[in-house]
Structure formats: C-alpha cells, structure tokens
Design a protein around this ligand. Structure first.
Ligand code: P1T
Length: 377
C-alpha cells in the first residue's frame, strides 16, 4: 500500500463491538477476567491496550517495520534501548544528537557502567575507528538536531551487520514520510512522536520500530516491566495525527524550502543549514536516502545580537522548545535544547551562540518571512 493509505488504515479495524470506524480510546486500567486464568487476552492496562496497539501497528507500517513499541516520550524510548545491553558494554553515538539524548546517555547511563563514544558519524569511517570488543550498539541521528548533519544509512547498517552491532536511527526530523531507515538494513527506528508524527504540539510520546523478533520481544518485555507507556488518549491523538502526516510533511517541506531561499537570498544569515540546499555538504546523500528535506532549518547569524533580535521579536514564530508542529517555532539551541552539551563541544560542531533553529510550520510562507523581516526592523 502507499504511504497515505497505510497512514489512514494500517492497524485500524472497525471496533468489534460497535463497528466504530475510529479506534476507540480504551480508557481502562484493567479488564474483567471470566474465571481464574481465563481472560480475553487483556489483563492490565500497562501491558495491553488496544488504542496503543492500533498506534503501534500504524507507525510500524509507516516505517516498513513489523513491530512498534510505544513509550510515554521520545526519551523514554531512548532509555528503553539501554535494556538491550549491559553494564560494561560500549555504544557509539553521533556527536550531534538531541541534547536530551546526550544528557541521558553521557550524564546518567554512564553511571551504570555503559561506555559511550561520541563521534562525527557524517563520516562513517569514524564509526569503524572506535569499535571495540565490547561495542554492542550504534546510535545515529540523521539529520541531526540542530546542525542537520546526515549519516549514511546504508553504510552504517553494513558496518553494524559486519561487526554484529545493533543499529539504531533517530528518525524524528524526517518522520517516516521522508525516510525509512529499516529499508536500508538498520535494526531499530526511534521517533519522538511529540514532533512530526503527532504534529499538533499537544502530546509527548515516543516509539521504537523494528522487524527483528528478538529485539521486539525484549523491548516489549521492557515496555511492560519498566512501564513508561503512553496514555490511551495520547495514543488516540497521535493516531488521529498520522492520518494527515503525508500532507503535513509535503507542506513543511515546501515552506522550509521557500524559507531557506529567503534566508539565502536576503543575506541576513551567515550560514544556513538545510539538507535541501545544493550547498549542503551532504546534499547528494540527502537525495539518496531521503524523499524530501523536511521542515527544520538552522541559521547562524554570526552575531548573538542579531539572533536575539529575531528570537525576541518574532510574533508568528513562537519562541519555544520542540518542533514539528503545525505552528512555526523558533529556538536557541545553545541555551535551550543543547544547554547540557559543553560549550567547547557545541562550538566544535558549529552550534554557536548565534545559531537559531527554525521549525517551519504550515502557515502561509509569505507571513512567516514577513514575521522575520518585521523582527529585524
Ligand atoms: O521530547 P521527547 O518526546 O522525549 O523526545 C526527545 C527527542 C528525541 N529525539 C529528537 C531528535 C528530539 O528532537 C527530541 C526532542 N527534541 C526537542 C524537545 C527539541 O526541541 O529539539
């Protein structure tokens, strides 16, 4: 089936009791058991919930995977991955990832005896260079937040297969509409569903998708054992949102390209980071592994005062954390999303104090451009 057909139908069967076309919100914590040891396959809400199952099947189909395992946030999903390894194991991670991923792994999971190497995975040779006998996992984010660096999915999957490592891709920035890492041979896809998948800035959620039976059964066990599950209502809201993911992503992509053209042609930014730009160093790779370039743009204004002027004076763009919603957001990665990354490491990857991140929403593009123009005046 095509993407939009799957988005609207996959995992959703009319409710068996009433025929309701839309999957109901099964807002229940427990299920009546007919007799001791006899039930309908549903025992407890943390373990089984049909609204959640429908969402998991839906997103799994969009990511071309067999299984979806939903969590209460993107970070809860990121944390669940740690259950696939043990103390004493080593993980290789892209050096530029969402700041919260860095904080969780480097500042928390390290205390549990897990070793992390942070490398620039834009050159996949850097992955091979740090593989050790105890390396178990490679975690990449592509494109990265907020520098929009890419990592070669096909090359990463091959290195991981050769060395018997689990490959994980945070696909949040592309959404399943523009990129499907499993089709390149990667093992697990991670999404902060808070972003494009839900897209309406009203839910915090995460999901892991895999086609590997063994990985799935471990993650399914952990989902229940740890219990960071999303509520039935949140699952329902996300399910409602995936139906329009294709049309939303097309418009995000269009608006971001127009906005990038404005930033480039007006000369107000010193540097613009967007994989759709021919001048992006990995534009060819972007065309190879992505079906669009997404709605995220970062721009370095070269001067913190210009950055501040824009951040403080825009009216349509909302100054705030998060991304991927219908409304445009603007943020300052150095003090917001990536504040926990040491300044020296930030600057090394180009994440300067004058860098501004735009999550271009679905408004009329002329109004968004005018908003920045007005802010600069
Ligand atoms: O916020 P949460 O749903 O827990 O997702 C964490 C997360 C994971 N991966 C990526 C690529 C992300 O961007 C995020 C969250 N990011 C922001 C809140 C932000 O403003 O960048």
């Amino acid at each position: 089936m095509g993407f939009s057909t799957d988005a609207i139908h996959a995992g959703q069967i009319p409710d068996p009791t009433t025929g309701a076309v839309i999957t109901p919100i099964y807002q229940t914590s427990t299920y009546a058991q007919e007799a001791l040891g006899k039930n309908k396959g549903f025992e407890y809400g943390r373990t089984h919930n049909l609204t959640r199952s429908a969402l998991e099947a839906n997103v799994a189909a969009l990511e071309k995977g067999k299984y979806g395992i939903a969590f209460s946030s993107g970070l809860a999903a990121t944390h669940a991955l740690m259950s696939l390894i043990k103390s004493g194991d080593h993980v290789i991670v892209s050096n530029n990832v969402y700041g919260g991923t860095y904080r969780l792994y480097e500042l928390n999971m390290k205390d549990y005896g897990i070793d992390f190497s942070w490398v620039n995975t834009s050159d996949i040779k850097n992955i091979e260079l740090v593989i050790k006998p105890n390396t178990k996992m490679v975690f990449i984010e592509t494109p990265t937040n907020p520098m929009l660096n890419l990592t070669d999915l096909d090359g990463t999957a091959k290195i991981c297969k050769k060395n018997n490592l689990i490959s994980i891709v945070d696909n949040t920035f592309m959404s399943p509409y523009f990129q499907n890492p499993l089709t390149f041979g990667c093992d697990i896809v991670l999404h902060s569903q808070t972003k494009y998948i839900n897209g309406h800035s009203d839910v915090i959620g995460g999901i892991l998708v895999t086609s590997d039976d063994k990985i799935h059964s471990r993650l399914r066990y952990i989902q229940n054992a740890v219990g960071s599950v999303p509520s039935p209502f949140d699952c329902w809201l996300i399910l409602r949102s995936t139906k329009t993911l294709a049309v939303r992503m097309e418009r995000h992509n269009y608006n971001a390209q127009q906005f990038t053209n404005y930033l480039m042609n007006s000369g107000i930014a010193k540097k613009v980071y967007y994989p759709g730009l021919v001048s992006h160093p990995q534009h060819e790779l972007a065309k190879k592994q992505m079906r669009g370039f997404g709605g995220m743009i970062s721009a370095d204004f070269g001067d913190i005062e210009i950055a501040k002027k824009i951040l403080n004076n825009v009216k349509l763009f909302t100054l705030g954390e998060s991304l991927g919603g219908v409304e445009s957001l603007i943020s300052h990665p150095a003090t917001m999303t990536h504040a926990s990354v040491p300044k020296q490491e930030r600057e090394q990857m180009g994440l300067t104090d004058s860098l501004v991140r735009f999550s271009v929403g679905l408004e009329d593009i002329e109004d968004l451009i005018q908003d920045v123009e007005n802010a600069l005046k």
